[in-house]
Design a protein around this ligand. Structure first.
Ligand code: CA
Length: 456
């Protein structure tokens, strides 16, 4: 963030500071000192210097989170519940303040969740306890000697105890009637797993959410025939959450890409789970103008075929988001009525592990309009959609490398033997949404406008 130049007269800087504090514009001061005015504008995030993102609410027609009362987050907070936080400790204290009283929490600079109460950084060795050691863990549960049973015994117990110590630092709960917003263009929360668990009316905007890194992945042999490393943390997990608006966030593994992790027991030693997972009866969610990047499993909506309590819930709108260099789940859906419009998908030239974008699973009802995909030559339109126990997909206006395609027809023509044909009738038509642009227009606008630091 640019700062007011040192030559700015003290009185002008003071006037600006007071104006910002009061949430008022100070046109005289800015006219006298344009450079300082630009700095002040960025301090409130956005080009309009009078704009206070914390006080903004979701527009009346903007997706599922606008239904049934809408989403206001902490916009109604009194002055005692407006916080600017710069450390994990300050963030957690602000989130805890006043129970469900509306609150606005502004994140300034970079906050690392992997820090102790005095703000000192913690690494994986600081959490390890009871003799946990990766080399010993690998020796204990090597499938060639341990076999296919779930890990148990001293090393697994030590892993669990160590993982609990990390969870205590990085799992951060966000309660009802909260707005969490980044100040300026470079507000970062790294290492955290934000959890909106059983809460209602939450807004998260203008934030970089990075690297929810699991120090202690667990080996899970033979899960449905496939053994794999399982990791604990999503950057953002909505669990039984209602009325949530996620807007202009950038979520990624930045700092620790999984493709640089070793292969252990024949599998990538994954460190990250989802970027944004929406599960356990969550409902009425809008995700807009956000960027999901450089990651394996981006977004899971519904986490189990047997979670029939999700029936009639998991209603989500995804619009004007960028999914760039993600391997799968953009999103993968069970049960929900999910409106996917005007999103931009980019698979880079060097992506050799791409799996699919839209996952159509049990009782899902995805209504997709005017989305744009850009992929390298070895990826075909038939690769974009994958179904497991899914039966419907509505899609229109899809653009694939600049050409219109009908992904439903292509899926049914080229699906593998294990997938059944999908029908176009998803049983609903979205009513709450803004203007639906052409895929070409959306692709262009999202490339320029999605993600943290880009609210205009
Ligand atoms: Ca997850």
């Amino acid at each position: 963030m640019r700062r007011a130049p040192a030559t700015t007269p003290r009185a002008v800087r003071l006037a600006l500071a007071l104006a910002l504090f009061a949430g008022l514009a100070a046109p005289g001061a800015r006219a006298a000192e344009p450079a300082a005015g630009a700095g002040a504008a960025e301090a409130t995030a956005g080009r309009d210097p009078g704009r206070d993102l914390g006080r903004e609410t979701l527009a009346a027609d903007d997706g599922w989170a606008a239904a049934e009362g809408g989403t206001t987050g902490g916009a109604a907070a009194d002055e005692a519940h407006v916080f600017t936080v710069r450390s994990r400790g300050e963030l957690v204290r602000a989130l805890d303040a006043g129970g469900d009283t509306p609150k606005i929490i502004r994140i300034a600079g970079t906050i690392d969740a992997n820090t102790d109460d005095r703000g000192r950084p913690l690494d994986c060795s600081d959490y390890a306890t009871d003799g946990y050691d990766l080399t010993a863990y690998l020796a204990a549960y090597d499938p060639r000697t341990w076999g296919g049973a779930k890990p148990s015994g001293p090393q697994e117990e030590a892993r669990r105890a160590s993982a609990a110590r990390q969870a205590e630092r990085v799992e951060i709960a966000v309660g009802s009637n909260t707005t969490l917003v980044g100040l300026g263009e470079n507000a970062v929360l790294t290492g955290a797993s934000l959890r909106v668990d059983g809460a209602d009316n939450v807004i998260v905007r203008n934030l970089h959410l990075r690297d929810a890194y699991d120090c202690f992945p667990v080996w899970q042999p033979n899960q449905g025939g496939l053994s794999d490393w399982k990791t604990a943390y999503d950057n953002l997990w909505l669990r039984g959450a209602t009325h949530v608006w996620i807007d202009h966030v950038t979520v990624s593994d930045r700092g620790h890409p999984d493709d640089r992790e070793p292969t252990l027991f024949g599998r990538n030693y994954l460190r990250h789970d989802g970027l944004l997972d929406i599960t356990n009866g969550s409902d009425l969610i809008t995700v807009s103008w956000s960027r999901f990047a450089d990651h394996d499993k981006a977004m899971l909506i519904g986490n189990s075929d047997s979670a029939t309590g999700d029936r009639g819930r998991l209603r989500v709108t995804l619009h004007h988001n960028a999914f760039e260099n993600v391997v799968q789940r953009a999103p993968r859906v069970r049960f929900g009525q999910v409106h996917v419009y005007n999103n931009r998908y980019v698979v880079p030239e060097n992506a050799h592990d791409y799996r699919y974008s839209w996952g159509i699973s049990t009782e899902s009802a995805v209504y997709a309009e005017n989305n744009a995909f850009t992929t390298p030559g070895h990826i075909e339109a038939a690769d974009l959609v994958k179904s497991w126990n899914g039966s419907t997909l509505h899609q229109t206006g899809t653009l694939f490398n600049g050409y219109p395609v009908d992904l439903l027809t292509i899926h049914n023509a080229y699906n593998s033997g294990s997938e059944r044909d999908l029908t176009a009738d998803v049983g609903w038509t979205p009513a709450l949404h803004g203007r639906v642009d052409s895929a070409q227009r959306a692709d262009h606008d999202v490339a320029r406008g999605a993600g943290a630091g880009r609210i205009r």
